[in-house]
Write a protein that binds this ligand. Structure first.
Ligand code: 6PG
Length: 474
């Protein structure tokens, strides 16, 4: 029997398409699924695309792989992943590689990597973005794990990844959980991008009374300029869609409660631990949560809003475009801050410009914009915030009057824009010379003797608030 170059276990749509992508690139692919029917179906339907080596049992699957073995797990993240890893590890030998291509939590990946390292097996937690279409035609791939595993896997992953200007959208992200961390932040940014797009649509529809089809055209035009991206492109498609059953715009027959599988929430939880304000992502997660409380929304539906409704004219469209662009810059600045903080905390040595490079194609947040982020980090790899990059600083400066008008209009007519508003508050907070955090420090010292630092002297101080109010070094 000919041995396979690489294997995929878990043949739901993502796994199946990844296996086909590998086969189409000339790799002999071992395939396995818990229920054998899927494996047989894959081979029956797509045998013409390349070489598949079918196994009904995991032992046969492992035996069908060339050494060192390379096996990709494409199962739903969670407890099931541990079970498959354990079974695979039992059958493997030191030097073999287990790749988890699901959306696992990076802490799980760190734990799994450490456990398998003890057995000499390389565990590679890898982010794979691009949905089913990307898995088949070229995703963005974010592998973590050891350098040795990258040497054995990298050429294959780069081969099957998306390419932008000939550059593969796959790079070794860093050790242990780095790949899944970066994929998690990618998803958090995906939440934020979608929230900002949704706010743009909502505000323009409410303020101008524009129809979904008219707004589809607006997004189509925006996609010709600096906002060009996959998500803006598909927004136009969704807004243009008409429901066959009712003849209504598709957008009006969809239940307005956004679901989530958890990666956005994980991003915010991690950001809280790292002390990084990812307010754009947090607002996006909370906006989904708010939408998902129909009982509270029904109870609040009769609460009064402002009397003002339609305001402004067509100039609001350009204002919203500017607000969307500026808020997007803020959201990415925050996401990249989070990656920088995690890199420090976990010793990953992440190269932020490389992350922007592999997000330029294949993934859900792919956009022309990522090229600008890459250039910013090329110019200064130690950039303290993307907002300090001269190109982004100038763009936000150009946008800010529009951005402020948009937030003001939204407040006046009672349309919630938490993404736009929080991004603007972050921008205004970051650029302030003095923040009211000084007052917070005073209050903390007053009620709890938590001490404070002075602007003019080193050391910590405490004022005797309940006594003579004299200051003493703490
Ligand atoms: C991707 C997507 C993918 C998934 C999202 C959806 O990069 O291909 O991000 O991973 O579609 O995780 O996430 P929610 O269900 O949480 O919206």
């Amino acid at each position: 029997m000919d041995l396979a170059d690489i294997g995929v276990t878990g043949l739901a749509v993502m796994g199946r398409n990844l296996a086909r992508n590998l086969a189409r690139h000339g790799y002999a692919v071992a395939v396995h699924n818990r229920s054998a029917g899927r494996t047989q179906q894959l081979v029956k339907e797509f045998a013409g695309e390349g070489t598949f080596v079918l196994s009904e049992e995991l032992a046969g699957f492992v035996a069908s792989l060339k050494r060192p073995r390379r096996a990709i797990i494409m199962v739903k993240a969670g407890a099931g992943t541990d079970a498959v890893i354990d079974q695979l590890a039992e059958l493997m030998e030191p030097g073999d590689m287990i790749v988890d291509g699901g959306n696992a939590h990076f802490a799980d990946t760190r734990r799994r990597e450490a456990a398998l390292r003890d057995k000499g097996i390389h565990f590679v937690g890898t982010g794979i973005s691009g949905g089913e279409e990307g898995a088949l035609n070229g995703p963005s791939i974010m592998p973590g794990g050891s350098k040795e595993s990258w040497e054995a896997l990298g050429p294959i992953l780069q081969d099957i990844s998306a390419k932008v200007d000939g550059v593969p959208c796959a790079v070794h992200v860093g050790p242990d959980g780095a790949g899944h961390f970066v994929k998690m932040v990618h998803n958090g940014i995906e939440y934020s991008d979608m929230q900002l797009i949704a706010e743009s649509y909502d505000l323009l529809r409410q303020a101008l009374g524009a129809t979904p089809a008219e707004l589809a055209q607006v997004f189509r035009e925006w996609n010709q300029g600096e906002l060009e991206s996959y998500l803006i492109e598909i927004t136009a498609e969704v807004l243009d869609q008409v429901d066959v059953a009712t003849g209504k715009p598709f957008i009006d027959i969809v239940v307005d409660q956004a679901e989530q599988k958890g990666t956005g929430r994980w991003t915010v939880q991690s950001a809280l631990d790292l002390g990084v304000p990812v307010t754009g992502i947090a607002e996006a997660v909370f906006a989904r949560a708010l939408s998902g409380h129909p009982e509270q929304r029904a109870a609040a539906a009769s609460l009064e809003g402002p009397k003002l409704s339609g305001v402004g004219g067509r100039e609001l469209i350009e204002d919203v475009r500017q607000a969307l662009y500026a808020s997007k810059i803020v959201a990415y600045a925050q996401g990249f801050d989070q990656m920088a903080a995690a890199s420090k905390e976990y010793g990953w040595d992440l190269e932020l410009g490389a992350m922007a490079t592999i997000w330029r194609g294949g993934c859900i947040i792919r956009a022309r914009f990522l090229d600008r982020i890459r250039s910013a980090y090329d110019a200064d790899p130690t950039l303290p915030t993307l907002l300090a990059d001269p190109t982004f600083a100038a763009a936000v400066n150009v946008a800010q009057e529009s951005w402020r008008r948009v937030v003001t209009t939204a407040v006046q007519i009672g349309v919630p824009t938490p993404g736009f508003s929080s991004a603007l508050a972050y921008y205004d907070g970051l650029r302030r010379e003095r923040l009211p955090a000084a007052l917070i420090q005073g209050l903390r010292d007053f009620f709890g003797a938590h001490t404070y630092h002075r602007v003019d002297r080193d050391g910590a101080y405490h004022t005797d608030w309940s006594g003579d109010r004299a200051e003493r070094p703490a």
